[in-house]
Design a protein around this ligand. Structure first.
Ligand SMILES: C[S@@+](CC[C@H](N)C(=O)[O-])C[C@H]1O[C@@H](n2cnc3c(N)ncnc32)[C@H](O)[C@@H]1O
Length: 264
């Protein structure tokens, strides 16, 4: 089998001419992040892009981390979580620090990012609830993920390299095959026209919904997109359940009230 293409760093030379402003790569150092007061203690994040672009924080990770802490804390506490393309671990570490996790979460990326990821897990003292792991998109899922059957999948800023789009879509499909009820929290910044092609294909394969967020007017202006993906199967089941509930309510409302019966 051919090995999958390695995703490149954010590098001007790897992008086509319709690129919007280039992200700037930072100097190595430590960042302190509290997601606008959403965390009980700030994250310490080692940033170092020497092994890849995931070694620094990106806007979609900031948006997704804050969104998850603000709106989904309770659901995350009991969830079995995996993050894809986690880089230095920003989003997962926010969840690990901000939520009382009941299950070990798996924070995944390519081999090149693993050392930095593990460093940040230890730096933030969440080794007891978070584990770094290699997961290359498009390849068979690691055994431990197959056993875990994640019900929450996190992915931030993973849309930037077209040859990797089908690989990431394959991994999402594999994860839905493990657990059709899983939900994917997905955030990315559109930098090129081609990035929307990812979404177009995702909408054919999965059930895609925009997420409410009070910051949406702000991040939309920055071309940041925040969605959930679900399997079509689970979306259809949810719809059927909602319709049955609505039909039951409508039927109940049609019943004559005792007073109405008496006056007739
Ligand atoms: C722009 S970074 C985003 C990092 C982090 N999620 C954030 O929001 O700060 C994209 C990440 O996707 C990872 N990635 C790219 N191609 C991948 C592949 N084929 N398999 C697994 N991870 C991949 C990169 O290594 C990188 O860490």
């Amino acid at each position: 089998m051919d090995s999958p293409p390695l995703s490149p760093d954010f590098n001007p030379l790897t992008f086509s001419e319709d690129l919007t402003p280039l992200p700037e790569l930072k100097e190595a150092g430590n960042a302190v992040i509290d997601f606008d007061g959403q965390l009980p203690r700030s994250l310490d994040l080692r940033e170092d892009v020497r092994t890849g672009c995931g070694g620094q924080t990106w806007p979609a990770g900031m948006v997704l981390g804050k969104h998850l802490l603000r709106y989904h804390r309770k659901e995350l506490e009991s969830a079995k979580i995996v993050e894809l393309g986690a880089g230095g671990g920003l989003v997962s570490l926010a969840v690990a620090v901000g939520c009382e996790l009941q299950h070990t979460m798996y924070i995944t990326d390519q081999l090149e990012m693993l050392e930095l990821l593990q460093h940040n897990i230890t730096l933030n003292k969440v080794d007891d609830r978070a584990q770094g792991m290699i997961l290359n998109w498009g390849e068979p899922l690691p055994d431990i993920i197959v056993e875990q059957k994640p019900d929450v999948i996190i992915a931030a800023e993973c849309v930037y390299f077209e040859p990797a789009f089908p690989l990431l879509q394959q991994t999402l499909k594999d994860l839905f095959e493990l657990n059709s009820e899983a939900v994917v929290y997905f955030c990315f910044k559109k930098r090129r026209r081609a990035d929307m092609q990812f979404l177009k294909v995702a909408k054919k394969k999965f059930f895609v919904e925009e997420l409410f967020d009070e910051d949406r007017p702000v991040f939309s202006r920055l071309n940041l997109h925040l969605f959930t993906f679900r399997s079509r199967e689970s979306a259809a089941a949810q719809r059927a359940k909602a319709e049955a509930k609505a039909a039951k309510v409508a039927k109940t409302n049609k019943q004559p009230t005792p007073e109405a019966v008496e006056t007739n």
